[in-house]
Design a protein around this ligand. Structure first.
Ligand SMILES: Cc1cc2nc3c(=O)[nH]c(=O)nc-3n(C[C@H](O)[C@H](O)[C@H](O)COP(=O)(O)O)c2cc1C
Length: 401
């Protein structure tokens, strides 16, 4: 799976730096292209020549060296990397990444990249357990950076505890898993809904909600990357639909969304309803703009169709996933919704938490299953929450054949 993938390996100033030589050997053996960047401290532990020979590539240690190709090196590396792996990662580099510091070629490349970043910490147990390091690690995880758990055992500093560099084979397996997600949804059709609906009162005004569509669009984007055929039915948003969609169906109202979803339901293997469909719509649409007259104006509302519940009744082999944005007794309400609508699982947004729900780039969700089991995910970018949700769809697909 790593064949022809471009891995940028950052080696930092840990006593475990020599172990990365084995990582390079294994990466090359698996067919990856490897570019090693070493921090100044790392060069005190191991000579760049070791990595140069193993990676068959000159090692980069200096942001300001004369370029041998005409390009801004850290940006070029950031753009072309499939994965950036920092292994071993010192407490110092973790803190620098968390603070957005870019004072050497490794930190600048990490700040400039949109590739997946994986970090393998290795340090003294007290450095690792220090609340500052732990806070930095939690923060990075929240940004979607994969931080590996160091192993427990005797450390080079003489202490015993958590802080040991994981085995090179284990790190490679994790990289393969990340890259391997690339096509695990191939041959499956996903019907994803996103955004709010708009329920018109007159030609000028409407009732809607704060949904930005980011979660649904992230799901569509990630499902495409993982090989799925994706139909995206979307209410009005400011987001450009992801490239590679099989079908994009823009809609405005809940009734239009219902029609689009039902029309496409039969061809779907998976339906993820991330849209925030308005529960009610104005009973009457005024074809003319309603004039401002009285102090009070009453808009009579009627209930919109419950699209998810309809799908739950029609469901045969499809995997059905819903979202719940709750402010009151979130888990209890979400579980009730899941059962009432015959879902396979429900993604609960506690919209009262900072960094969760509408408009935000990040989300904090809990996944709740039929049997009441729940899994809380940390605060993560919506793109990474999307990947985690797709990971949880996979076992249901295998079950359904
Ligand atoms: C012998 C020795 C071993 C070290 N081992 C580690 C280590 O395993 N982990 C760590 O976080 N720092 C370790 N350090 C401290 C780092 O080298 C130091 O914080 C340095 O500034 C890191 O720079 P870098 O993150 O740019 O590579 C060690 C220092 C020495 C002298």
């Amino acid at each position: 799976m790593l064949k022809n993938k471009f891995v940028v390996l950052g080696v930092t100033g840990s006593i475990a730096a020599y172990k990365s030589a084995d990582l390079v050997r294994l990466l090359k053996k698996r067919g990856a292209r490897v570019q090693v960047i070493m921090t100044k401290s790392a060069c005190k532990f191991v000579k760049p020549l070791t990595f140069q020979v193993l990676s068959q590539n000159p090692v980069i240690t200096d942001m300001f060296r004369e370029p041998y190709r005409w390009e801004v090196e850290h940006v070029a590396l950031a753009d072309s990397a499939d994965i950036i792996l920092v292994a071993p990662a010192t407490a110092n580099i973790i803190a620098k990444i968390a603070a957005g510091i870019a004072d050497d070629i490794l930190t600048a490349t990490i700040l400039a990249t949109r590739a997946k970043v994986v970090i393998a910490p290795a340090m003294n147990v007290h450095m690792y357990e220090n609340p500052i390091t732990q806070k930095n690690i939690e923060y990075l995880k929240g940004l979607g950076i994969k931080v590996l758990e160091p192993e427990e055992g005797p450390l080079a500093c003489g202490y015993t505890g958590r802080g040991r560099f994981p085995a090179a084979e284990d790190i490679i397996n994790i990289l393969e898993e990340l890259v391997g997600k690339a096509q695990d949804l191939k041959g499956r059709t996903f019907l994803i809904t996103a955004g709010p609906t708009r329920e018109p009162i007159d030609p000028i005004r409407y009732i809607s909600n704060h949904s930005s569509g980011k979660m649904g669009y992230s799901l569509a984007h990630k499902a495409i990357i993982r090989g799925a055929r994706v139909i995206l039915v979307s209410g009005p948003t400011n987001i450009t639909p992801p490239a590679g969609l099989y079908k994009f169906v823009p809609v405005e109202t809940a009734i239009q969304m219902e029609k689009a979803v039902l029309e496409n339901f039969n061809q779907a293997d998976v339906v993820i309803k991330a849209a925030a469909v308005a529960d009610y719509r104005p009973k009457k649409f005024n074809p003319e703009k309603i004039k401002k007259k009285d102090d009070e104006m009453i808009v009579e509302l009627v209930k919109n169709p419950d699209i998810l519940q309809e799908l739950g009744k029609k469901k045969q082999n499809q995997v059905l996933v819903g979202f719940a944005a709750e402010t009151d007794k979130p888990e209890k309400n979400a579980l009730e919704k899941l059962k009432r609508k015959n879902l396979d699982f429900i993604v609960l947004n506690d919209v009262t938490q900072e960094g969760a729900g509408f408009g935000s780039d990040t989300n904090i969700v809990k996944i709740i299953y039929k049997d009441g089991r729940s899994e809380a995910l940390p605060r993560m970018l919506k793109e990474d929450v999307a990947d985690d949700i797709l990971d949880r769809v996979l076992p249901f697909l295998t079950e359904n054949g």
